[in-house]
Design a protein around this ligand. Structure first.
Ligand SMILES: [Zn+2]
Length: 393
């Protein structure tokens, strides 16, 4: 499952010329919420009637397609639409942060059915944290069986597990093992993804959108969508902007072991380590004091400004239409304002035309992004083909 290459959103157009296998017929039906009639499918795909009907029979038998009510109110026998059967299919979206895990149960229509939040300590052994998260997930499921689960992690996630975690907060974790344990306990496929990248996917509004989502909580990370496609990079480290060296952080030690990283001055961890803010015991307390403590406010604004400097380079490189800033620190108005000002100051004007710099939908974007990624992966044409072959065999 982790080897799937995911194209988020797609073009919104049916994949003409591809719809020959059952998997591709399903992809076509998934691309249109209203579904297609048999006649439309024959027309779009150019398939022989007998071949198409054979593919549809297999999809019906696997519970992947259903026949909905007539397309139009008309006399005679109106055509019935065939649709992707997303009814009663649930996905778990699990966001693992440094100090908390958010667990959401979602429908494939992206409605949040149930949620839970639990304190964790990511420095603990993987088994302990995974045990807590799995226990809470099972409680939330209350006997219901999800079709899949997505887990957002605060570290670069290499889909092929080639990238080591040595320099990250998950240095003591083994993602391959995490995936296996979770799949076994939750009894469904599990997809692991970087948290900021999942958030970016959840922020997509238009099929061909280009956007950058930035998460600033304990750490700093970003997710990049270009022309509707999620950018993971060669080894899953795309968007990991927290460890870009900036002059303002010179001499400041980062958690990664280097000096001068952006995260050493513009992250929740950096704010908590600021001697002027030493009275705050947790990031939540510090963030809650932003409206009342001028020292917090000034430090938060400075952090936002420094992030803006780094993001100006991203803006110049990618020319996104929107930057969505989320996370406990990222959504603070003082942070976002300073960040926006710095981007507008530093980036070249052509890359700023119509650029929106807005707070991310922090509460649900990551869970929705994970749900979307799980769906794309579970129902990718080649995976559907495999499923149908197993059923037939
Ligand atoms: Zn670093």
């Amino acid at each position: 499952m982790t080897q799937q290459r995911t194209l988020v959103g797609g073009s919104g157009q049916p994949p003409v010329g591809l719809a020959t296998s059952a998997g591709h017929v399903l992809q076509l039906l998934r691309s249109n919420a209203g579904g297609y009639s048999r006649a439309e499918l024959l027309d779009i795909t150019g398939m022989a009637r007998s071949t198409l009907y054979e593919r549809l029979d297999a999809l019906f038998a696997a519970g992947l397609v259903y026949e909905s009510s007539p397309l139009h109110a008309q006399r005679g026998r109106p055509p019935r639409a065939l649709r992707f059967d997303d009814r009663n299919k649930l996905v778990l979206g699990i966001e693992i942060g440094h100090t908390h895990a958010g667990i959401h149960l979602l429908s494939l229509g992206r409605d949040i059915v149930a949620s839970a939040r639990l304190p964790i300590d990511i420095r603990q052994p993987q088994e302990a944290v995974a045990g807590q998260v799995i226990g809470e997930s099972l409680r939330l499921l209350d006997g219901r069986q999800p079709v899949g689960a997505g887990v957002g992690l605060p570290a670069p996630v290499d889909p092929l597990h080639r990238l080591g975690l040595e320099r990250t907060v998950l240095a003591h974790w083994n993602l391959q093992n995490l995936q296996e344990v979770m799949e076994s306990r939750l009894d469904c496929p599990v997809l692991l993804e970087n948290d900021a990248r999942s958030m970016a996917v959840g922020e997509v509004r238009e099929p061909l959108e280009s956007l950058v989502a930035v998460k600033v909580s304990t750490g700093v990370g970003s997710g990049i969508i270009v022309g509707g496609a999620l950018v993971r990079g060669a080894h899953g480290a795309a968007g990991d902007i927290g460890h870009v060296r900036i002059p303002e952080a010179a001499g400041r030690r980062c958690r990664c072991g280097r000096d001068g990283c952006l995260a050493a001055v513009a992250s929740g961890r950096a704010l908590l380590a600021d001697p002027k803010l030493s009275s705050y015991g947790s990031l939540r307390q510090l963030v809650d004091a932003c409206g009342s403590d001028p020292a917090v406010r000034a430090a938060v604004a400075e952090a936002g400004q420094l992030l803006g400097r780094t993001l100006a380079a991203t803006v110049g490189t990618l020319n996104p239409g929107r930057i969505a800033v989320g996370g406990l620190v990222g959504v603070l108005p003082d942070f976002l304002l300073a960040c926006r000002r710095q981007i507008l100051d530093d980036a070249f004007e052509p890359s700023l035309v119509d650029l929106e710099i807005v707070p991310a939908d922090s509460r649900t974007a990551t869970a929705i992004g994970l749900c979307r990624l799980v769906e794309e992966s579970l129902y990718a044409p080649e995976r559907v083909e495999q499923l149908l072959a197993q059923r037939a065999g």
